[in-house]
Design a protein around this ligand. Structure first.
Ligand code: FAD
Ligand code: NAP
Length: 340
């Protein structure tokens, strides 16, 4: 089948910040074969390639000239193996993430419920080891298949090969090298639910649910997220703009001498995860707006585009926040979205 390659395409519909930059060329691919054709088409014209999914973790700061944007749109979910309560499931990279989570819950499978309502695609999920409410994709990850753009060889990755970290993986550290084609998950018909995060326990208690099922947890998380987070369809954003900084005990002590209420969580390695949202809010940025770039009024970790902000304006705002947090607290905030 011939590819529908479009020239001079606005990327506004393809990134959740709603930033209006243009790609020299754009194509959606629906199979491994179409992906290979697209890569060959770009190589023949000496064009660079950017692979995207739902565009919910991108900050586009400039027109992408001399470049082909390839949007992964391959679909399919299949059960590979069932062993007692354990089920091995595989999903194609272009599957939209949240509908996939709901599909697993309908199949009676537990494991992905805490990752409900995260935008984007299955293929991008391992990129930053998506996480929410105490669960990361690595906790239920069984492997993935990716194309090496350097060699055009297809390779399987185990959990160890992916070197998952906090919002991090080997794929994020080698930008552009791997195209994730499909991902495998080990889910269970009987796994216990994870209720470590206070707001989830509280929401279930308010609903009078004492023994929550994975579907109950998913519904509670969806309701919390709908209240707290802006819907990109209504207000452009890419979720949390900064990672939570991980600091040593002396750094935390220094902050707590001035701010005894600073929010931090002890980590297994003896370090402390500071809530970046708390730092930004305490520094007075919550609800800040400069033109069409701003900080969300309810969630200070989320930068928003009120309509006409450019990627550069959002980036400049992010840098101002970084500088301010550095000078007030001596802490470096790292940006989470992928910058182009
Ligand atoms: P894109 O934004 O399209 O791409 C992200 C990166 O992955 C880019 O570098 C791209 O080149 C690369 N990429 C995409 N697909 C592939 C592929 N198949 N192969 C190789 N590289 C690829 N994230 C969390 O971790 N937890 C959350 O709770 C969370 N909540 C969010 C809430 C909101 C409202 C929003 C807008 C975002 C949130 N995010 C969250 C961030 C984002 O949704 C996730 O990181 C998501 O996995 C990105 O998926 P995507 O398909 O949109 O990726
Ligand atoms: P929250 O519940 O208000 O908590 C604030 C911060 O404290 C979070 O960043 C979270 O860290 C941390 N935290 C809270 N309870 C914790 C616990 N019991 N143990 C360890 N750490 C704890 O956070 P929120 O902003 O509303 O987000 C809720 C969840 O959704 C979080 O897990 C968050 O990461 C995720 N989320 C992610 C994005 C994104 O784009 N990456 C966007 C929205 C929401 P962690 O962030 O490390 O979990």
């Amino acid at each position: 089948m011939s590819l529908d390659i479009r020239a001079n395409q606005s990327l506004k519909p393809y990134n959740t910040f709603g930033i209006d930059v243009r790609a020299a060329f754009f194509v959606s691919v629906h199979s491994d074969g179409e992906l290979e054709q697209a890569l060959a088409w770009a190589a023949a014209r000496n064009l660079r390639v950017l692979v995207i999914g739902g565009g919910s973790n991108l900050l586009l700061t400039t027109d992408l000239s001399e470049l082909l944007v390839v949007r992964m749109d391959n679909r399919g979910v299949r059960v590979l193996e069932e062993n007692g309560d354990q089920v091995l499931l595989e999903a194609e990279a272009g599957e939209p993430w949240h509908p996939f989570v709901l599909q697993t819950l309908e199949l009676g499978l537990a494991g992905l419920e805490n990752l409900s309502l995260i935008p984007g695609t299955v293929g991008a999920a391992p990129m930053q080891n998506i996480g929410a409410y105490g669960v990361e994709i690595k906790d239920v990850f069984a492997g993935l298949t990716a194309l090496d753009r350097d060699t055009l060889q297809v390779r399987d990755f185990s959990v160890a090969d992916c070197a998952f970290g906090y919002r991090d993986s080997v794929f994020k550290r080698q930008p552009g090298r791997w195209v994730i084609l499909r991902v495998r998950f080990k889910l269970s018909r009987s796994a216990p639910v994870h209720l470590d995060y206070g707001p989830v326990r509280q929401r279930l208690a308010e609903q009078g649910i004492q023994h929550p099922t994975p579907k109950d947890v998913s519904a509670a998380i969806c309701s919390i997220r709908r209240e707290k987070l802006p819907d990109p369809a209504e207000l452009g954003n890419a979720g949390s703009f900064f990672k939570n900084p991980v600091v040593t005990a002396p750094v935390l002590d220094a902050i707590r001498r001035e701010h005894p209420d600073a929010v931090a969580y002890p980590q297994a390695d003896g370090l402390f995860k500071l809530a970046a949202g708390w730092l930004i809010e305490r520094a007075g940025w919550k609800g800040y707006r400069d033109g069409d770039a701003g900080v969300h009024r309810l969630q200070s970790l989320v930068l928003v585009n009120y309509g006409g902000a450019s990627g550069q304006e959002l980036y400049a705002l992010a840098q101002r926040i970084q500088d301010d947090i550095q000078s007030r607290f001596g802490v470096t905030l790292e940006m989470e979205p992928n910058l182009y």
